[in-house]
Design a protein around this ligand. Structure first.
Ligand SMILES: [Zn+2]
Length: 104
C-alpha cells in the first residue's frame, strides 16, 4: 500500500523547491518517486523528431523521491506522516499521524 498517491497534495522537504507544495501527478513505485505538478521542473533539450515534435527546450517535472516530500493532510492542513489502519469493515486506510483523520 502506498503512502503517497495520485492527486494527493504534498509539501516538498528537500531540493530547490523546498517549502512548496503541489499535487501528485504520477507515482513511480519502482523508483520510490513521485512527479508533482510544478515541482522540480527541469529544462530538457530535445532534438527535432519530425513535424509534430519540433524539438527545442522544453520544461518538464523530474521525479522526486518519496522520502523528500510530506503529505499535506486535508483535515489539519499540516505536513504529516502517514499511518495505516484497518477499519471495522476490513478496509485498510491511511491516516494522519498528527490529527488522526482518515485520509482515504
Ligand atoms: Zn491531519
Amino acid at each position: 500500500m502506498q503512502r503517497v498517491r495520485r492527486e494527493d497534495t504534498v509539501l516538498v522537504l528537500k531540493g530547490k523547491d523546498r517549502g512548496r507544495s503541489g499535487a501528485v501527478r504520477k507515482v513511480i513505485p519502482g523508483e520510490a518517486k513521485v512527479i508533482v505538478t510544478g515541482i522540480n521542473v527541469v529544462k530538457r533539450h530535445m532534438r527535432p523528431r519530425g513535424p509534430q515534435k519540433p524539438g527545442g527546450i522544453i520544461e518538464r517535472e523530474a521525479p522526486i523521491a518519496w522520502a523528500n516530500v510530506a503529505l499535506l493532510c486535508q483535515a489539519c492542513n499540516k505536513p504529516t506522516r502517514v499511518g495505516f489502519r484497518m477499519l471495522s469493515d476490513g478496509r485498510k486506510v491511511r491516516y494522519c499521524r498528527k490529527c488522526d483523520a482518515n485520509l482515504d
